[in-house]
Design a binder for this molecule. Structure first.
Ligand code: 13P
Length: 251
């Protein structure tokens, strides 16, 4: 039995329209009732206000996909953590590999976002993950350790009591190549041990979710792993039937 509450996150990325998200949420809501644990949707910023309305009277929580590390000011095009708090966002994804790679977000910037998000009373979902080259060179653990250690140094280990970690191997994102259960479990356990070097209690309580080509037909074998506490779902979260099946794979 899971001692940590499970968390299933829909990361819609830059997809959808007002019309399509209304239909998608309309199809998800009736099927979500008996899902154990938490279910969270992270839509594009401009649809957050609409989601506030659509998710009213449901148990589904609301989050964002990115955020600025600054609180306010002359930062054209950016969104600050207090703005997300205003719209009742409970979670924010920070350090997604698409942000790290396509927008050159540095480890330090991501750590600052993590801190800023928590300062606004929002829970950060910190993404970590290695490239295929790293894995082939047996560098997975070194890469993950560095990504984690930067945040531990800046935010402190206790900050992880109010955070979620998402392990997303970059080679598994949007490729249809999910990590094998033993690969996922190995890295999730490594992450927990890395945190336990500083604080056992925090390491034991933090939720570590897996992301990368989760589908209805592979979710259950991932979610039943000892150190996997849920999933971060991209493509499959855009299809109501698929996403619901994934949510119902949590025991
Ligand atoms: P896919 O589920 O499309 O592989 O995306 C995973 C992801 O990046 C979620 O944040």
């Amino acid at each position: 039995m899971l001692k940590r509450q499970s968390l299933i996150v829909a990361n819609w990325k830059m997809n959808g329209s007002l019309d399509s998200i209304r239909r998608l949420v309309g199809a998800i809501v009736p099927g979500i009732k008996d899902v154990p644990g938490e279910v969270l949707i992270c839509p594009p910023f401009v649809y957050i206000a609409e989601l506030v309305k659509l998710l009213e009277k449901t148990t589904i929580r609301l989050g964002a996909q990115n955020v600025s590390q600054m609180e306010s000011g002359a930062f054209t095009g950016e969104i600050a953590p207090p703005m997300l708090k205003d719209l009742a966002c409970e979670y924010v994804i920070v350090g997604h590999s698409e942000r790290r790679m396509l927008y050159n977000e540095s480890a330090t910037q991501i750590a600052r976002k993590f801190v800023a998000v928590q300062a606004s009373g929002i829970i950060p979902i910190l993404c970590v993950g290695e490239l295929l080259e790293d894995r082939n060179a047996r560098g997975t653990e070194a890469v993950i350790a560095k990504q984690l250690d930067t945040v531990i140094e800046v935010a402190g280990i206790k900050a992880f009591r109010q955070a979620v970690i998402a392990y997303e191997p970059v080679w598994a994102i949007g490729t249809g190549k999910t990590a094998l259960p033993e690969q996922a479990q190995e890295v999730h356990e490594f992450i927990r041990l890395r945190l336990a070097r500083h604080d056992h209690k925090t390491a034991d309580s933090v939720r570590i979710i897996y992301g990368g080509s989760i589908k209805a037909d592979n979710a259950e074998q991932l979610f039943e792993l000892a150190d996997v506490d849920g999933g971060l779902i991209g493509g499959a979260s855009l299809v109501a039937k698929e996403f619901l099946a994934i949510c119902h794979s949590v025991r």
